[in-house]
Design a protein around this ligand. Structure first.
Ligand code: ADP
Ligand code: ASP
Ligand code: MG
Length: 404
């Protein structure tokens, strides 16, 4: 008997037929004598639809109200899944995030989990019930509903698995596991059997939306081993766990692209101590996640500072920087049509020539590199959005990742 946490994403619970299929899968695990906590997402498309409706009534909706609205998507699925289980004779109880004891900080739309009080859940599990928890949501200390950022049901599942010390954590989705690149874009991508937390984190934060990056960060911090697999078949998936020595043999584990990027340039800023601190403090206060940062050498007392941020936050970034520009001089230029392409692998720590291979592959398909940043296990380039897919395929081939 094992204590299993499962998470089913939007496509896996996309309509009532899919929800019934998921209920059958849950029943099969329970019939084998396992205890289950199941986290579900909103039906695919529902969260986007809710956001569109919010924006239709208010161009910049208050984030507290947005969270009230977005949380209903998951609430529909928990109730339907619990009902589907009852329909096939399995006792199941649905829980909202608050009922599951998921307490977060105050940051609406991207809240962080502070703690999970799993007492009620454990009591209901021990009484023989399957627990169905709404992903992506929690409650803050004011008693307001918060959401955990897009894709946040992954985080709900991994955090619960950590909190209740589950034996197994399975993330069910619409692909067979984590691939060397998004299989919808790179047809020759291969499924990865095992990947380290660090590599998965870098892929996720570089745009591989198969896992929410914060959920991987959480898994790494609390060492929650998990498997990404398909809810549409019974194939083995990808195990995500701590790095083992053999993983370093692979130089590049995967390629990720993120097409939702803006390049923001601050031109003619006063070149003196404290300038960058002021700029990035203002962005941090506005909760904007900045990625690549480049500053050119100052000249005549002024310097240019360039960074990337999610394209849908570029207007918010510009607004947050208004008072800083008023103080430091200079002007802002935003370009929304950017993409980031990243290659990731723990093997990069011990191999040379990786950057050269990347840049050659990009040059051969006529892609201009705008910005470059590197870490021990990742190289990222900012490139033109329209060429991102083609570039990903070329780079995938160049590193020998294509399936035979
Ligand atoms: P869910 O709704 O189950 O959470 P998501 O849509 O969030 O599913 O994530 C699954 C999708 O992630 C896949 O359909 C695939 O297109 C995309 N994806 C991007 N990069 C990768 C990758 N490296 N491996 C597998 N899937 C990827
Ligand atoms: N429904 C939320 C979203 O679409 C959370 C999730 O699916 O994980 O982002
Ligand atoms: Mg997802």
């Amino acid at each position: 008997m094992a204590l299993i946490v499962q998470k089913y994403g939007g496509t896996s619970v996309g309509d009532v037929e899919r929800i019934k299929k998921v209920a059958e899968r849950i029943k099969a695990f329970r019939d084998e004598g396992n205890q289950l906590v199941v986290v579900v997402s909103a039906r695919s498309g529902v969260t986007n639809e809710l956001i569109a409706r919010a924006e239709a009534v208010c161009p910049n909706p208050p984030e507290r109200e947005l969270d009230q609205l977005l949380s209903i998507g998951e609430q529909e699925t928990i109730a339907l899944t619990a009902m589907a289980l009852h329909g096939i004779g399995v006792p199941a109880i649905s829980y909202t995030g608050a009922q599951a004891g998921i307490v977060t900080d105050m940051a609406h739309t991207k809240a962080r989990i502070h703690s999970i009080d799993a007492e009620a859940m454990i009591k209901d599990i021990n009484a023989g019930n399957v627990i169905i928890v709404a992903g992506f949501q929690g409650i803050n200390s004011d008693g307001d509903i918060t959401t955990l950022g897009r894709g946040g049901s992954d985080l709900t599942a991994i955090a619960i698995a950590g909190a209740i010390k589950a034996d197994v954590c399975q993330i069910y989705t619409d692909v067979d596991g984590v691939y060397t690149a998004d299989p919808r874009i790179v047809k020759n991508a291969r499924k990865i059997e095992e990947i380290s937390y660090d590599e998965m984190l870098e892929l996720a934060s570089s745009g591989s939306k198969v896992m929410q990056s914060r959920s991987v960060e959480f898994a790494s911090k609390y060492d929650v081993v998990f498997e990404v697999r398909s809810s549409f078949n019974h194939n083995p998936g990808t195990i995500v766990k701590q790095e083992v020595a053999s993983m370093e043999k692979v130089v590049v584990r995967g390629v990720a692209i993120d097409k939702n990027q803006a390049k923001i340039q601050l031109l003619g800023l006063a070149d003196r101590p404290g300038t960058a601190a002021k700029v990035f403090r203002a962005l941090a206060t506005a909760n904007i996640v900045v990625d690549m940062i480049v500053q050119n050498a100052g000249r005549d007392g002024v310097a240019n500072l360039t960074f990337t941020a999610p394209a849908n936050e570029s207007a918010k970034a510009a607004k947050a920087l208004e008072p800083i520009l008023a103080e430091l001089g200079g002007k802002i230029a935003t370009h929304d049509q950017f993409a980031k392409l990243s290659i990731v692998g723990v093997g990069m720590k011990t191999h040379s020539g990786v950057a050269a291979t990347l840049f050659t592959a990009l040059a051969e398909c006529g892609v201009n590199i705008d910005l470059i940043s590197t870490s021990e296990i990742k190289i990222t380039v900012a490139i033109e959005q329209a060429k991102a897919d083609e570039a990903a395929r070329a780079v995938h081939t160049a590193f020998g990742l294509d399936k035979a």
